[in-house]
Design a protein around this ligand. Structure first.
Ligand SMILES: C[S@@+](CC[C@H](N)C(=O)[O-])C[C@H]1O[C@@H](n2cnc3c(N)ncnc32)[C@H](O)[C@@H]1O
Length: 465
């Protein structure tokens, strides 16, 4: 066998086929096996399967491959119900039974902890993943890029690691209201011959159709992301949306002329209806602006927030920081058991929504500010304000070192970390372990059929702190 010239460590060549036993699932839901001690990632392969793999990519430390043949299939393999599952890439685990997905997601957390956290796993309580009773149609929001194919307007997601736009007519993890709205808006853009953005030529106008629905309110918001502010036939687009989709409560435009993978630009324009839609979680109703973050699976959000409440064990006397607060949901979920809440978020619209939401619910003890958690917490500490409890819910990148430093300095008695990325969580746990002990990690499945897993971590101060 020839060794790849550039990557002497990997005993494989691109295009080579070889047998592989899959040992586990990787963080992106791919099968992971070892060929002559080299790690190989194989999307679509499952733990304990014996597969024949074709090497598709060889890099310095690992290889990637695609399944050519399954010699021994996992008893947990199922037929993916989505007809475009293999093309789309939005889901990664539809070929695995849901029950087993929950088991594997816990394992993904265990692996991340093993690699990065420094925790003694024999002594760490990593609980079973909390799943969803009906794990379909759970997403309240879609963000579909637009394109033209054979003169027709298409909208969907880019295939994994490519610029091939997959047209999605019906997505089985999306709420039906978003499916209907996106299809209809697509048709309106087609009927009115609206200019569609061409990513390669960087020409054209409509880039993305964003649609969000309130599960409880049934209200729908459409946001058209455009490459320039001038949107020809704007009035006609709006009147057609109102005519064909009476459930649409809010029509917005957001301008993003940049060459970027970020969906939203800085400028949002109100086109028609309300500027916000409403969503209800438990007894609380939240106003949601176009740009505001809101959890994508409202059914599981209630379970996630209940886990935060359980982990916080508030007495009603605490001053709480809701770091990375979005529209203020976690803080308000806990507010009944708190003396004061302070939250911050980098998105101005989220902060404004949080303020309005707190006011609407009569929470007088809540303050929200725009900016980073790493700026505000140290600032508050500097002013002599000390929280008793801190909840952090950062994006996938995890917490900034400056924020972790501030937490280690003030050492709140109660500290809860909500994470959507086990790897960054594990790294942050390592930093936090200077003062904190992990009591338990509770995985929650917010995104069935994808490799994502959310975790709630309860920390307690170590004895000598
Ligand atoms: C995972 S979301 C959580 C939002 C909210 N806790 C919830 O449950 O809906 C993360 C939020 O952090 C905000 N964000 C990102 N970087 C931030 C930073 N450095 N400081 C504060 N907020 C940040 C984002 O705008 C987003 O709203």
């Amino acid at each position: 066998m020839k060794t790849n010239e550039k990557n002497k460590g990997i005993p494989l060549e691109k295009g080579q086929t070889f047998p592989l036993t899959i040992k586990r699932l990787g963080i992106n839901g791919e099968g992971v096996g070892y060929f002559k001690k080299q790690v190989v990632f194989v999307p679509g392969a499952l733990p304990n399967e014996e597969v024949v793999v074709e090497a598709t990519n060889i890099s310095a430390k690992f290889a990637e491959g695609k399944v050519k043949k399954i010699r021994k299939a996992s008893p947990h393999r199922v037929d993916p119900p989505c007809p475009i599952y293999h093309e789309c890439g939005g889901c990664q685990l539809q070929h695995l039974s849901y029950e087993k997905q929950l088991h594997e997601k816990r394992d993904i957390v265990v692996q991340a902890m093993e690699r990065f956290s420094g925790l003694d796993l024999g002594k760490t309580d990593i609980r079973q993943t909390i799943g969803m009773e009906d794990p379909w149609n759970y997403r309240n929001k879609s963000q579909f890029q637009t394109g033209l194919r054979n003169g027709k307007v298409i909208a969907g997601l880019y295939s994994k690691n490519s610029h091939h736009l997959v047209n999605i007519d019906h997505c089985i993890v999306q709420h039906e209201a978003t499916n209907k709205a996106v299809q209809t808006v697509k048709q309106i853009l087609q009927d009115l011959k609206v200019s569609i953005y061409d990513e390669r030529k960087r020409k054209g106008i409509v880039r993305t159709i964003v649609c969000r629905v309130g599960f409880k309110s049934g209200q729908v918001q459409i946001v058209l992301i455009t490459a320039q502010e001038n949107l020809p036939r704007k009035d006609l687009i709006v009147s057609e949306i109102k005519k064909r989709l009476p459930e649409v409560k809010s029509i917005m435009q957001n301008v993003n002329g940049e060459k970027t993978s970020l969906i939203f630009g800085d400028k949002t324009v109100h086109l028609d209806g309300e500027e916000v839609i409403q969503e209800q979680l438990g007894d609380l109703t939240f106003d949601l602006s176009a740009r505001a973050f809101f959890q994508l699976n409202p059914v599981q959000t209630v379970k996630l927030y209940d886990e935060v409440k359980k982990a916080a064990q508030l007495t009603g006397k605490e001053k709480i920081v809701d770091a990375y607060c979005g529209v203020g949901t976690i803080g308000m979920w806990l507010a009944d058991g708190a003396k004061e809440i302070r939250g911050m978020d980098t998105i101005a619209d989220s902060v404004e929504d949080a303020k309005k939401n707190a006011k609407k619910h009569g929470f007088k003890n809540a303050t929200y500010v725009k900016g980073t958690a790493e700026h505000w917490l140290p600032k508050w500490l500097g002013e002599g304000w000390r929280p008793d409890a801190v909840v952090v819910d950062p994006p996938r990148t995890g917490c900034d070192q400056k924020l972790l430093g501030a937490i280690l300095k003030v050492k709140p008695k109660k500290f809860i970390y909500v994470s959507c990325n086990p790897s960054t969580l594990a790294k942050d746990i390592k930093t936090l372990s200077k003062a904190y002990k992990v009591e338990y990690i509770q995985p929650v499945d917010m995104f069935p059929h994808t490799a994502h897993v959310e975790c709630v971590v309860q920390f307690t101060l170590k004895r000598d702190n």
